[in-house]
Design a protein around this ligand. Structure first.
Ligand SMILES: Nc1nc2c(ncn2[C@@H]2O[C@H](COP(=O)(O)OP(=O)(O)OP(=O)(O)O)[C@@H](O)[C@H]2O)c(=O)[nH]1
Ligand SMILES: [Mg+2]
Length: 288
């Protein structure tokens, strides 16, 4: 799978983030609950490692609950404060400001002790593209303060937003890291929608995905597309989906490109079921 995924603006954003980190007390690292490990930017530990951090597993409504629980356990065992959320469903929204305030409390206390004027805790929201940073912020503030969208790269510049109850949140554009060595992680990022369309071969990703579903969750695939049996190859599976849905080109040829697009879209929307693609490490034993 050929992935070109480090456009110049990400390098600029990364520099801006490093600059802005000096201004904030706490970092919220938003991960995709379907891929808590693949959606982790390994650079964040380097650039934000010193700040108190809350790890939020967002889109948890699209992930397997038990695996989300195990992932939370893993992050906590690794020393992070961690919470699950679903910004679309509005779940987990009360817990986050409370945890941010808790993490910021020692800094606020130190400020007060040094006689400085009290101010709201400042919190940067970090994460790879499309994990729901901006929607999470909107949910926390209870209005559409930040622009959101169902594709990566919606937030272009930084933006401060104040939450009622006194936290200042900094929305940031999603960034990836320059080199992706792990092809499996690249596939999971593409399948869940973290990469721009131009950055990957959607047909190859849909092919791999339909094959993964056929191997691991055949009943979900059969039920969604009303298939009695599943052929074995990727191409044949996309053909079966296209035939079942009536995606034909002139001459009776099945439009497998359309099948691929629809399959990816429906998978991302959770219409094929809730899946956690990254297996949680054994609880309590893993390092960060
Ligand atoms: N199902 C589900 N969808 C979500 C959730 N959070 C965000 N989304 C959707 O995911 C898409 C991306 O949301 P954004 O908030 O724009 O993502 P972002 O992280 O700000 O993305 P960039 O600005 O591109 O880095 C939108 O279509 C949201 O509606 C969630 O918790 N559950
Ligand atoms: Mg955004």
């Amino acid at each position: 799978m050929d992935i070109h995924w480090y456009p110049g603006h990400m390098a600029r954003t990364r520099r801006q983030i490093i600059e802005d980190l000096k201004l904030v007390d706490v970092v919220i690292e938003v991960l995709d609950a379907r891929i808590p490990s693949s959606s982790r930017n390994p650079e964040f530990n380097k650039i934000a490692g010193q700040k108190p951090r809350l790890v939020v597993l967002n889109k948890s409504g699209l992930a397997e609950s038990e695996k989300t629980r195990l992932w939370l356990e893993h992050f906590r065992a690794s020393g992070f404060c961690a919470a699950a959320a679903d910004a679309l469903q509005g779940r987990g929204m009360r817990e986050i400001p409370a945890l941010v305030r808790e993490l910021a409390a020692p800094i606020m206390a130190a400020l007060a002790a040094s006689g400085r004027r009290p101010r709201a805790p400042r919190c940067m929201v970090l994460g790879i593209p499309n994990v729901g940073k901006s929607l999470l912020i909107n949910r926390l503030v209870g209005r559409s303060a930040a622009r959101t969208g169902d594709k990566p790269g919606v937030t272009r510049g930084r933006q401060w937003i104040r939450v009622a109850g006194n936290i200042d949140l900094l929305d940031t554009p999603g960034i990836l890291w320059p080199k992706l060595e792990d092809a499996e992680a690249a596939f999971r990022l593409a399948a869940t929608g973290a990469l721009k369309d131009e950055a990957y071969d959607f047909y190859a990703v849909a092919g791999k995905l339909v094959h993964w579903l056929a191997e691991n969750h055949p009943d979900a695939l059969k039920e969604r597309y009303k298939l009695d049996q599943l052929p074995s190859g990727q191409e044949e599976l996309l053909e079966a989906v296209g035939a079942a849905r009536g995606y034909y080109l002139s001459g009776g040829v099945i439009d497998t490109i359309k099948s691929a697009r629809i399959l990816l879209k429906e998978f991302r929307e959770g219409r094929l079921g809730r899946y956690t693609l990254d297996e949680p490490p054994y609880s309590g034993t893993a390092s960060s």
